[in-house]
Design a protein. Structure first.
Length: 66
């Protein structure tokens, strides 16, 4: 699988050589969004469910801990 994101003049892509499950794709998309300039904490909050805190990149910055 190959995923490419273009934001203005920046294009980033990632290619997975193995079959990916949905959670791996989820993490790939989060990484691509950070690579094109979105803030990691914003991406984390937007794409990670509050009932799965183990998947957060920055668990100490979750909404309940601010």
């Amino acid at each position: 699988m190959k995923i490419t994101i273009t934001e203005y003049d920046t294009t980033v892509s990632v290619e997975s050589l193995n079959g990916s499950d949905i959670w791996e794709v989820h993490e790939l998309i989060k990484g691509l969004l950070v690579a094109v300039g979105y803030h990691p904490t914003t991406v984390d909050e937007t794409f990670t469910s509050s009932d799965r805190p183990e998947e957060r990149w920055f668990p100490e910055e979750s909404e309940g801990n601010r």
